[in-house]
Write a protein that binds this ligand. Structure first.
Ligand SMILES: [Zn+2]
Length: 365
């Protein structure tokens, strides 16, 4: 099978760069450079409950996060003030204000809590004014953790296979949920205000947050009671997440297949490989994913249970915990993974050969 692909790949080498290729390149570049992480279905079960606009919201402004305290409307100012009441809140505020602060905007979204999106230069945090102040606060913490994933872990620049994309999407969502649970419990303990953990269960993460905060602090196991619990909460009540993640992986996998069919120009093999296929080995992959597993904003502060695992054991755990409830997705992603690896091996062989022949042709090198 691999030889067949390689032969047909070699056969196509001399064709000219085609218009479809340019279109596919453009589409995939857009996909790699930007998008929406959080088609947040935080409130999918109770859309009627979210009519809490206060009239203070200014819709036209696109302030960056660190500008809110000075220039924001009264409701946004109140929100960041509430955030800064706890130590963890001040840490999160300072982090977001110092690391390419996202643009914060009001956006009415039926049945949704918020959103985090990005392009190559900036990121955008959308808040739904229909939420109550409590739910807005919870959404802000959740979305700011997505911002941390983007800026501290650099997740948007990772080159992933379909399996890793699936795992990364699932991890990112469970991580934002787990961090919010930890944050809410600490916030309640410190301020006596349980608005993040004591309200009605209407959105993703509420159930985990409540159970986590009700455990005595000495019995809280962040990995199991927050992270794994969030993964389970997602799979029991918020299947729109995994559906969205699956469709993302499928679309990207399809784009890579189309690129593979169209890449002809000699110089494009190396570029194609670098941009879409140059995935890291198991150790680096394990290092990257392990950084999620901390309730802090310090990426090296990983929970001891994860630190103690070998790369292989950890990646096995990642696979197991991200499998999800839909067996069809898993089967399909497995097929995409095999095709990805086949394409990757073929392109690598051609790109390496070209590199060699160029080096031999270049005088004095
Ligand atoms: Zn999210």
């Amino acid at each position: 099978m691999r030889e067949g692909l390689l032969q047909s790949f070699a056969r196509r080498r001399n064709r000219l760069l085609s218009a479809p290729l340019r279109a596919v390149f453009l589409a995939s570049a857009v996909m790699a450079a930007g998008g929406c992480d959080d088609a947040t279905v935080l409130l999918q079960r109770n859309p009627e409950s979210i009519r809490h606009m206060t009239g203070e919201e200014r819709y036209e402004t696109g302030l960056r996060f660190h500008e809110i305290a000075q220039f924001g409307d009264d409701r946004l100012k109140r929100l960041v003030l509430a955030l800064r009441q706890s130590e963890g809140g001040r840490e999160l505020y300072d982090y977001a204000a110092a690391h390419n602060p996202p643009y914060v905007e009001w956006q009415t979204m039926p049945g949704q809590g918020g959103g985090y999106s990005w392009d190559s230069d900036n990121s955008y945090l959308k808040l739904n004014p229909r939420l109550s102040d409590e739910n807005l606060f919870r959404t802000l913490v959740h979305e700011l953790r997505h911002h941390w994933q983007n800026t501290a872990l650099g997740t948007k620049t990772w080159v992933n296979s379909p399996l890793r994309d699936w795992e990364l999407k699932r991890f990112s969502e469970a991580d934002a949920c787990a961090y919010t649970a930890h944050f809410g419990a600490a916030y309640a303990a410190e301020t006596g205000n349980d608005q993040l953990t004591g309200g009605a269960l209407i959105g993703y993460g509420d159930k985990t947050s409540r159970a986590y905060s009700r455990k005595p602090p000495s019995e809280r196991d962040y990995l199991q009671d927050a992270f794994v619990a969030c993964m389970e909460e997602q799979d029991s009540n918020y299947l729109l997440y995994s559906q969205g993640h699956y469709l993302y992986v499928k679309k990207k996998s399809e784009l890579i297949r189309q690129l593979f069919d169209h890449v002809d120009e000699a110089g494009e093999y190396a570029e194609f490989y670098k941009r879409y296929l140059d995935v890291p080995g198991p150790e680096e992959t394990a290092r990257r994913f392990s950084q999620f597993l901390t309730p802090s904003l310090n990426t090296t502060d990983v929970v001891p249970a994860v630190k103690a695992m070998s790369s292989d054991a950890f990646l096995g755990w990642v696979k197991q915990v991200t499998t999800g409830v839909n067996a069809d997705y898993v089967d399909d992603i497995d097929k995409m993974e095999k095709r990805f690896n086949m394409i990757r091996n073929s392109v690598k062989t051609v790109a390496d050969t070209q590199g060699k022949s160029r080096a031999m042709a270049a005088p004095g090198s």
